[in-house]
Design a protein around this ligand. Sequence first.
Ligand code: FES
Ligand code: FE2
Length: 450
Amino acid sequence: MSEGYSGARSPGISYQELLDNDTHEVPPVLRLEAEEYLGSADVDINHYISREFHELEFEHVWRKVWQFACREDDIPEVGDYVIYEIVRDSWLVMRTAPDEIKAYPNACLHRGRRLKDHPGQCSEIRCPYHGYAWTLGGELKEVPARWDFEHVNDEDFSLPEAKVDTWAGFVFLNADPDAESLADYLGDLPEHFEIWDLENRYTQLHVKKIIHANWKIAQEAFCEAYHVNATHPQILAYLGDTNSQVDIWDNFSRAITPGGTPSPLLEWVPTQDEMMRAMTDTRHDEPTPIPLTEDESMRAAGAEASRDRWRPIAGDRVDTMSDAEMMDNLDYTVFPNFHPWGGFNRIVYRFRPNGDDHRSSIMEVLFLAPYAGEKPAPRPIHFLEEHESFTDAPELGTLGKVFNQDLFNMARVQQGLETTRKPGVTLGNYQELKIRWIHAKLDEWCGVYT
Ligand code: FES
Ligand SMILES: [Fe+2]
């Protein structure tokens, strides 16, 4: 270990010790441990408030990195397309053949109008301004009054393309022609997720909201469990917040926060019944929806109830899944902004700048759920209006309330950072390691050496 860092860990049971008591076999992926000490320096406040840093991110990150654009299921038929927007770039992500997806800059090669304004379906790509048209594959098809454009050469007028590739039903794009392959970029991530098979899931919900804070402030509200004690005190009784395990693997990382074990920060020791009440949001004078026998652990009972819930949909596979996969928050992050969760938690988050505004961002939550029988169509995006909060998306269930508690901090963090006289943000060495990792990566990509 390095000076100023002893490798200290929270009191209470470690995540690996908790796995030792699992009632089912724990998958090897949860046994991996990959801590990396990234120093204890403050993160430069300019990462959140400076316009210059926003421009660096645009040029060196968003125009260079592999990023999640949509699900394959969003564009199932040839000619289906979505528009993926990132800072000042707009991409037309289109299924151009049954097994081919392309991403074109959403800009006409005549005088530059955006080719498409909304997601949809088309048999050719025709600009609404003067009617230039391209085939789905991007070849120039028609120039109205062609006699006046003798100088337009078909070869030079094919639509340019970004690199596109897929993993687990997610479509990724990369605007950099020299970028490494998606497979190289993701490294071992597909192996980690093999048992959770996100490809064979459907989009059960997709909620989108504008947040009045830099995209990293919004994202970082979901990168550690340290905030739970002050922001979500109602769940402390069953959440091992400071017992989280944090791991770093080059371009991806994870924070695992165990459920069904009490927070070490509590000054009292909750009973199994009290833990169950906290998880199921049940009053003391009412029976809990998941009954507990005398010496049953709440973690085991909660996991079994979850298996029962998913068995009709996911089949007997649930009986091979550990309590950990049923109860814990297995929150993975792929740099810079994509958060697929393991297990059946179903959550996927994405955070990005809200267009060219570095003081606001777009937060999205998807649930990728297993299904029985034919795959259901993805649910349409529920775009929450300015005046609406996450509880206006009833499909989020109890998460809506929790997200509102997170939301309550975000704009106020931006405001605080705009006024503070402190040049940096201080982070814990371990619990907030994921945040440190994201900023170290950003510095690396942006060519900032601290
Ligand atoms: S700008 Fe597209 S056809 Fe003129
Ligand atoms: Fe939170």
